[in-house]
Design a protein around this ligand. Structure first.
Ligand code: OOG
Ligand code: MG
Length: 259
């Protein structure tokens, strides 16, 4: 029987695409989350540590782009972190795409299910992020279970400066303008309202997801709420900047080689 997690892990490490799972290898959703868990454990066994959780398909723009209509979760690990203003070798990825994201940082462990208002008090920072997604499947084509097994295409993320949530940021978080720029040109614009009506809702969905799948959410960890716009392809030489009103921006560069 195919070891889906091992196949995906190898594909990621070798930056080589594989075919989505079909026939006897096809997965249902629960099996796909079990594969995702094993895949993440393989990264942890290689010396990485968990840094948080991401949601996928929280906006219609993303659902439409990928033909998937359900919110999914994936895990973030230390090997995915890229410094704000830093560079990352394009050769680490198969066919990378970038997305603008809202990121939350947890100020304390989340151990119980909390209602949205209480959850807000657990957030000690909000930042703009650039997420790098890189499906391990050929041509970025997959079904729901495939992309779940592939850790929701997680590949990298950079975060701008953390802003301390105050009344203005808290109340306006669901109505902020979002811009994705590549090489100085706007490639997409949107609003944080596209993210489940508000990123606060995405935060709540992330906590429910963590509870359902037994994922620990610890102080200092990051939650990516999901892209407000479609993802855009990048290659070596691309400079990417994501900006969100009130939050500022973050920039990364895709280089030929690892710095
Ligand atoms: C899956 C990841 C989706 C988002 O923000 O919606 C995602 C994919 O599109 O390959 O990260
Ligand atoms: Mg994303």
């Amino acid at each position: 029987m195919t070891d889906h997690a091992a196949v995906l892990h190898r594909a990621q490490r070798a930056a080589t695409a594989i075919d989505a799972f079909t026939g006897d290898d096809a997965l249902d959703l629960d099996a796909a989350y079990a594969v995702q868990r094993r895949l993440v454990e393989m990264r942890l066994a290689d010396g990485e540590h968990p840094t948080g959780l991401k949601l996928g398909f929280t906006s219609r723009a993303k659902m439409r782009q990928m033909g998937v209509d359900r919110v999914i979760g994936g895990r973030l690990t230390s090997g995915m972190a890229v410094a704000d203003g830093g560079s990352v070798a394009a050769s680490r990825f198969i066919h990378p795409r970038v997305e603008p994201e809202v990121a939350f940082r947890l100020g304390r462990d989340i151990t119980t299910g909390l209602a949205t208002p209480a959850l807000r008090t657990a957030v000690d920072g909000i930042a703009v992020g650039v997420e790098i997604i890189d499906s391990r499947y050929r041509d970025f084509r997959f079904g729901l279970s495939d992309v779940v097994a592939d850790n929701a295409s997680s590949a990298g993320y950079a975060l701008g400066p953390w802003m301390t949530p105050g009344p203005e940021l808290e109340s306006r978080l669901g109505t902020l303008g979002v811009t994705l720029e590549i090489d100085g040109r706007d490639v997409d614009t949107g609003s944080t309202a596209a993210i489940l009506d508000s990123p606060w809702r995405a935060l709540h969905a992330a906590v429910l997801h963590a509870r359902r799948y037994g994922i620990e959410l610890r102080a200092g960890q990051v939650i990516l709420a999901g892209a407000a716009t479609a993802a855009a392809p990048v290659s070596a030489g691309s400079t990417v900047r994501a900006s969100i009103a009130l939050l500022g921006s973050t920039t990364i560069r895709f280089s030929e080689e690892d710095a």
